[in-house]
Ligand binder design. Sequence first.
Ligand SMILES: Cc1cc2nc3c(=O)[nH]c(=O)nc-3n(C[C@H](O)[C@H](O)[C@H](O)COP(=O)(O)OP(=O)(O)OC[C@H]3O[C@@H](n4cnc5c(N)ncnc54)[C@H](O)[C@@H]3O)c2cc1C
Length: 352
Amino acid sequence: MTGVSVVGGGLIGLATALRLADRGHAVTLLDPAPASGATHHAGGMLAPAAEVVYRQESLFPLMQRSAELYPGLIQAVEKHTDLPTGYRTEGTLVVAADRADSTHLAELSDYQSAHGMDVERLPLRQARKLEPSLSPQLAGAVLIPGDHQVNPRMFAAALLDALANLGVSIVREKVTELPGDEQVVLANGLGAAALHEGLQLRPVYGDILRLGVPDHLSPLITRVVRGFVADRPVYLIPRSDGTLAIGATSREDDRPVPRTSAIHDLLGDAIRLVPGVEECDFLEATTGARPGTPDDLPYLGRVSGNLIISTGYFRHGILLTALAADATLALVEGRDPGIDLAACDPHRHQEF
Ligand SMILES: Cc1cc2nc3c(=O)[nH]c(=O)nc-3n(C[C@H](O)[C@H](O)[C@H](O)COP(=O)(O)OP(=O)(O)OC[C@H]3O[C@@H](n4cnc5c(N)ncnc54)[C@H](O)[C@@H]3O)c2cc1C
């Protein structure tokens, strides 16, 4: 069995370490503050259909494959811990606030169907039967049964517990130089650019809110509700701990905390779709930095005899965790990862 150092303990590094340790490899995980990066802020939607972006076809098979691998990852974690992961499979409802949003939603669902994704237009009456808290004033609804969710904070805590139970050594230190004498997996999100030349990573900030649903309204919604309000996307994620996440903005300025206007828009749009949000307790507003690459595809692959890169997961890192962990295990063991990773070549943006 191989000695492997995993640098970075966000969901990508944690799940990779889990897959490796579960197979008997001697794993060391290095991170000064595990699960404190983008993972701490993420919504946790596992949404290979609802998250599609036009003209990013190279991403779709990766997202789809990762969604298929998720149940296996959850099972592997549950073998080694009793802590909950917040994995839920009720599906996702996408709604439109007005006529223009409805046109947008119809075009998007046509595009999703054309790419083989399972999306189903629903009469509004039926959507409100599924989620009675939805506003009666909506203009369209689509059900996506295959888009699920995990609670990233819970999942990270469960993974850390599973790693401890597997005997993985967790070193709470920042890595400033790559360990030279064994296999290394560089999975430290935005921090990877400082440790390996040629990775072009940039922070894409996202603001997200957490609310508490009061007992008399609970559960306010029972599945992820996404929507478009005046062309702005918004999502509401019900958690098994009785909270509700509402997100998220996407911006490339240099402000690491949420602007008042972002909180205002997110709340206003969420209330437009689910009026009961007005009655919830406001718990927190935070900002996370997604590790973006120039083409929005991750950097995943072996770059030398002992170095594998696994970063740049941008808006899909929670979903892509299952694929990243499985593919990296295969790369460490010298096996075929079972999916074409050519588009993820970590050196594709290197300037010679
Ligand atoms: C608001 C928001 C909502 C999101 N929603 C979703 C969603 O619904 N679904 C989805 O799929 N994705 C979502 N994402 C994206 C997702 O959060 C990221 O793609 C994912 O968390 C990336 O995981 P990671 O492990 O690569 O990086 P991170 O979670 O950022 O972890 C990197 C880790 O590396 C450590 N580190 C950094 N430098 C070093 C070093 N030198 N040495 C050791 N350790 C180091 C850090 O301490 C950190 O723990 C969202 C992101 C944001 C911000």
